[in-house]
Write a protein that binds this ligand. Structure first.
Ligand code: ZN
Ligand code: ZN
Length: 316
C-alpha cells in the first residue's frame, strides 16, 4: 500500500513540496503541485475550471503562508485540465515549453466553451464531450491565459534556495510535455507523462519519446512521484507506465505487420495485466492510431533508405 492517501485536496509531502489530488483521476480530474522554499513558491499546473482552481488555491494559501502570493506557475503541458485556471494566478510568471505555448494558442479555452454550449449540434463527438467533461466543468468564464516565458529543452529555476529542473520530454502525451524535478526533495511532478492506474491518451507521440521520458525519471534520484492523474507513487508507478507503453507498442506492431486496420487492432489488443486500470474507454484508439501511423512512416522511410543505400543502386 502506498504511504500516501488518495484523497481529494492538498497533501504535504513533508519536504516543502505539496501535491493537490483530485480522485478518481479520470478525464479532467488532474493533479497539481506546489514547491515552496522560504517566501517563494512555484505552482505546478492549474485545474480544469475556475471553481476547482479557486478551491485548490484556497487550500494552498491556508497551509502555506508564502502561497498568498504565487510568483510563478509552470504548465506541464497544454491540456485544459492543467491550464484553464491560469487566470487566477494573477501577475505570476507562467512558464512552459515553447511547443506547449503554441499548442495552447491553437486550442484556447474559449473554443472548448463554445463546444460545450453547442454540444447538441456536434453529433456523436459533442455528446461524448458533454458526457465525459462538459457536464462536470464550467468553461464559459475561462479566459485563455498563455505562458509568459518559454524554453526549448530545459530550464533551471531557483525557488528560494531550492533548485528546480524543468525538462521538456515532448512530443509524447502532447507536443511539449515538461517534467518538474526537485532534486533536493527527491520529488518529481510528471504532468500527464504519468497516469497512475489509468489508461493514458497519446495526443502527440511517438511512444518511444514517452518511454524515454519514463527512463529519465527512473534515472533520477527520486523517491516521490506525483502523476498528472491518479495517486502519488514512486518509481514503481513509472516502471508500470513504461511496461504498459512497451506492451501496447509491441502488440500494435504485431497487428500492423499483419495488416490489421487501426480500429480492429485497438479492439483486438488484450488489456492483459492492465485491465484494472480505469478509463472511459478500455483502450484509446487515438493512441494506437498515432502509433500505427508512426510505424507506417517508419516503414516508408526505411524503404526509401533501402532504395538509396549503396549496393542497391542500379549501375545506370
Ligand atoms: Zn491531464
Ligand atoms: Zn494531459
Amino acid at each position: 500500500m502506498s504511504k500516501w492517501q488518495y484523497t481529494k485536496g492538498l497533501h504535504d509531502l513533508g519536504t516543502g513540496c505539496f501535491a493537490y489530488l483530485q480522485p478518481d483521476g479520470s478525464w479532467g480530474f488532474s493533479n497539481a503541485g506546489l514547491i515552496v522554499d522560504g517566501d517563494q513558491t512555484l505552482l505546478v499546473d492549474t485545474l480544469f475550471d475556475l471553481a476547482l482552481t479557486c478551491e485548490m488555491l484556497g487550500q494552498m494559501r491556508a497551509a502555506v503562508p508564502a502561497a498568498k502570493s504565487i510568483g510563478r506557475l509552470v504548465n506541464t503541458h497544454a491540456n485544459g485540465d492543467h491550464t484553464f485556471g491560469n487566470q487566477l494566478v494573477a501577475g505570476a510568471e507562467i512558464i512552459a515549453s515553447r511547443a506547449c505555448a503554441e499548442e495552447m494558442k491553437e486550442r484556447p479555452a474559449e473554443e472548448l466553451a463554445a463546444m460545450q454550449r453547442n454540444w447538441r449540434q456536434l453529433g456523436e463527438a459533442g455528446a461524448f464531450l458533454h458526457e465525459v467533461m462538459g457536464s462536470k466543468f464550467k468553461w464559459d468564464d475561462v479566459r485563455n491565459t498563455p505562458p509568459t516565458r518559454v524554453f526549448e529543452d530545459e530550464l533551471r529555476l531557483k525557488v528560494g534556495d531550492k533548485e528546480v529542473l524543468l525538462k521538456n520530454v515532448g512530443p509524447a502525451h502532447t507536443r511539449g510535455d515538461i517534467l518538474v524535478h526537485v532534486p533536493q526533495d527527491r520529488t518529481v511532478f510528471t504532468g500527464d507523462i504519468l497516469f497512475v492506474e489509468g489508461h493514458p491518451v497519446l495526443w502527440a507521440g511517438p511512444v518511444d519519446n514517452w518511454v524515454a521520458a519514463c527512463d529519465r525519471i527512473l534515472a533520477w534520484d527520486a523517491e516521490t512521484v506525483v502523476p498528472g492523474h491518479g495517486p502519488i507513487t514512486d518509481k514503481r508507478g513509472v516502471q508500470a507506465m513504461k511496461d504498459y507503453l512497451l506492451y501496447i507498442k509491441q502488440e500494435a506492431r504485431k497487428r500492423f505487420d499483419a495488416g490489421m486496420p487501426v480500429f480492429a487492432a485497438a479492439r483486438d489488443i488484450a488489456l492483459d495485466r492492465f485491465a484494472g486500470w480505469g478509463s472511459t474507454q478500455p483502450l484509446d484508439t487515438m493512441q494506437l492510431f498515432g502509433e500505427m501511423g508512426r510505424l507506417r512512416a517508419e516503414l516508408k522511410a526505411r524503404a526509401a533508405a533501402h532504395a538509396h543505400a549503396p549496393g542497391h543502386q542500379h549501375a545506370d
